[in-house]
Write a protein that binds this ligand. Structure first.
Ligand code: SF4
Ligand code: SF4
Length: 111
């Protein structure tokens, strides 16, 4: 690349908007239909275990006594199978992803 060509590139980049975004100051908008994390409304759940049986990665564990619905987020592949089979429609696949943290592994919900 000649000095002249390089100069053009430098000038162009000096006056154009940056292609990168200033995260976390500028939050990313997730596109609609993006597959993020599974959320549950524990008040509607009847702890039938259908979602657990349909989950291809064994990410969900439910128990009737005590009533606990648990998801291992590191195993979940956001396939939506649990959301589709839930008879009480208490699961949703949120567009947001789980934040990275040491606590990210498993989330438990009770009524
Ligand atoms: S299928 Fe729905 S109602 Fe049944 S345990 Fe799963 S979340 Fe609860
Ligand atoms: S979205 Fe798929 S992988 Fe994730 S918990 Fe539901 S069934 Fe399992």
């Amino acid at each position: 690349m000649s000095i002249l060509e390089m100069g053009k590139v430098v000038l162009k980049n000096l006056f154009n908007k940056p292609v990168t975004e200033r995260y976390p100051f500028v939050k990313k908008e997730y596109p609609s239909g993006a597959r993020g994390k599974v959320n549950i409304d524990p008040a509607k759940c009847i702890y039938c275990g259908i979602c657990q049986r349909k989950c291809p990665t064994a990410a969900i564990v439910t128990t009737k006594e005590p009533k606990v619905w648990t998801i291992d987020r590191m195993r979940c592949i956001s396939c939506n199978a649990c959301v589709e089979v839930c008879p009480k429609k208490c699961l949703v696949l949120d567009v947001m992803y789980s934040p990275c943290s040491a606590k990210q592994g498993t989330d438990s919900f009770r009524p």
